[in-house]
Design a protein around this ligand. Structure first.
Ligand SMILES: *Cc1c(COP(=O)(O)O)cnc(C)c1O
Length: 480
């Protein structure tokens, strides 16, 4: 598809600016451009068609089923976008004085209160921009907490081998050494290995529960006790909170800190690189270490307070505020009963889809029920028919279904991890199941057509290695 600059025709345009009715202001000497600004010159109709065409070439929740495991690609109510766009929210400036943005501060405080209730935490910051950023923030707090106690020997973070890759990456970025904790045969944390790894050098544990296999660890209380007994802190990666919100709370499981992905669980669409939010909640004893800009009651109403031993700022001002507005709107619309029902619906849909697929695909760690997502292993299919997880994922695209997460978690061979979410109907799931069953049948009858899939998308199988290693991100203008 041609870029706007390639479609541009000199002197064509669609700008209609009112005549200048103020004295023109001139830039300071020496700051003027040397060459005119290059902008595509197009009629509005061509511009509109360009973006509509781009829109048709992408797949989002508005196009169809999007069961991307660990990402909670649920449908997000449009009204929450409208609320976040209200002028009183969208038009404020971060440098406005607190007395002029009392309503916005109230939103931050109210969202904090409700999300603390959901997670069992005492205080929360909205500064981090995403989950990984929240991990980084929380681990800086862990680090400062131990240093503040005069215990600099705690340099290690325990991370189960089923963890999301951001967990060890965040720990390493904070200067910690990562200790890998193996999973047991049921897919949970191996308690013996955890006991052996925890000690006076343990700063903390990072855990996702339910984990990336979609399994709730039945030993969770024992796990957090082992880490606490060794003097470490317990950090909850809340990316999978959609499975347990309103039902079980990380704070009651023994966790000291959590991050949430508001762009997964709480009504902000993601996947297109738009703004996210990864708030970090903590228990009271860690609150002095929270980042700056904490909205709280002061002498003259609400104000931003700076926690006493703060790790400092991890982002400018108070984070991606509009995402918090959407989360609050979502929480208030659903209420505590609705939040619980959403989690239950997510778990029901995942179990339904998994059982419907059981006679066609192998379920990894599939003995008991799953939570909000499940993992298939196509190792057998690949051995017997030469059809891989990648082939099945690509074939789904031809039926307008976004593939599940592929080749993750790393401990499952030829993994496909599916998360239908609570916002999908039984009809949609039944249809996806039928498509997956048909693909499984093609693995017997016509495996080559699967190797060549997808057949109907604008791009088939891009060279992913080159795309990652040598990305072409800049348009080179032809020499004039
Ligand atoms: C998505 C995810 C993260 C990272 O969150 P981002 O918002 O993408 O930075 C961390 N852990 C798990 C388990 C996740 O699924």
């Amino acid at each position: 598809m041609e870029l706007l600059f390639e479609k541009s025709v000199p002197d064509r345009g669609c700008d209609l600016l009112p005549p200048l009715d103020v004295p023109p202001a001139h830039l300071l000497e020496g700051l003027e451009r040397k060459t005119p600004l290059r902008q595509p010159e197009m009629a509005e109709v061509d511009l509109s068609r360009h973006y509509s065409a781009l829109c048709r070439r992408t797949h989002g929740v508005n196009n169809g089923f999007y069961p991307l495991g660990s990402c909670t690609m649920k449908y997000n109510p449009k009204i929450n976008e409208e609320l976040a766009a209200l002028p009183g929210f969208a038009g404020v400036h971060p440098l406005q004085s607190a007395d002029t943005v009392q309503g916005c501060l109230e939103v931050l405080g109210w969202a904090e209160e409700l999300l603390c209730e959901v997670t069992g935490m005492d205080q929360m910051t909205f500064q981090p921009a995403a989950g990984a950023h929240g991990e980084f923030t929380a681990l800086l707090m862990v680090k400062k907490y131990h240093l503040d106690r005069g215990d600099p020997a705690r340099t290690k973070i325990l991370v189960p081998d089923s963890a999301h890759g951001t967990n060890p990456a965040s720990a390493a970025m904070c200067g910690f050494t990562v200790v890998n904790v193996p999973s047991n045969s049921q897919g949970g944390v191996d308690l013996e290995a955890l006991r052996a790894a925890a000690g006076p050098d343990t700063a903390g544990l990072m855990l996702t529960n339910p984990n990336t296999l979609g399994l709730f660890d039945p030993n969770i209380l024992e796990i957090t006790r082992i880490v606490h007994d060794a003097g470490g802190l317990c950090y909850y990666d809340g990316a999978n909170l959609n499975a347990v919100m309103g039902v079980a709370r990380p704070g009651d499981m023994g966790f000291d800190l959590v991050h949430l992905n508001l762009h997964k669980t709480f009504s902000t669409p993601h996947g297109g690189g738009g703004p996210g939010s990864g708030p970090v909640g903590c228990k009271d004893f860690l609150a002095p270490f929270l980042p700056l800009y904490h909205a709280a009651e002061g002498e003259d109403g609400l104000e931003f307070q700076h926690p006493a031993k703060s790790i400092g700022s991890v982002k400018s001002f108070y984070g991606n505020f509009a995402v918090v507005v959407k989360a609050l709107a979502y929480l208030l619309t659903l209420g505590s009963e609705g939040i619980t029902e959403a989690a239950q619906g997510a778990v029901l849909n995942a179990n339904y889809m998994r059982e419907m697929l059981r006679d066609s695909y192998d379920v990894a760690y599939g003995d008991g029920p799953c939570m909000h997502e499940f993992v298939l292993t196509l190792a057998g299919l690949k051995r017997e028919k030469g059809v891989s997880a990648m082939d099945v994922a690509k074939a789904l695209l031809d039926d307008g279904i976004h593939p599940p997460t592929m080749y993750f978690p790393l401990i499952v061979e030829e993994a496909l991890m599916a998360e239908p979410t609570e916002t999908e109907s039984r009809e949609t799931i039944d249809q996806a199941v039928a498509v997956l069953k048909a693909i499984r049948a093609r693995a017997d009858s016509d495996p080559d057509s699967l190797h060549a899939a997808p057949h109907t998308t604008p791009i088939g199988r891009p060279d992913e290695v080159s795309a990652a290693r040598h990305p072409v991100l800049r348009y080179e203008f032809p020499a004039e």
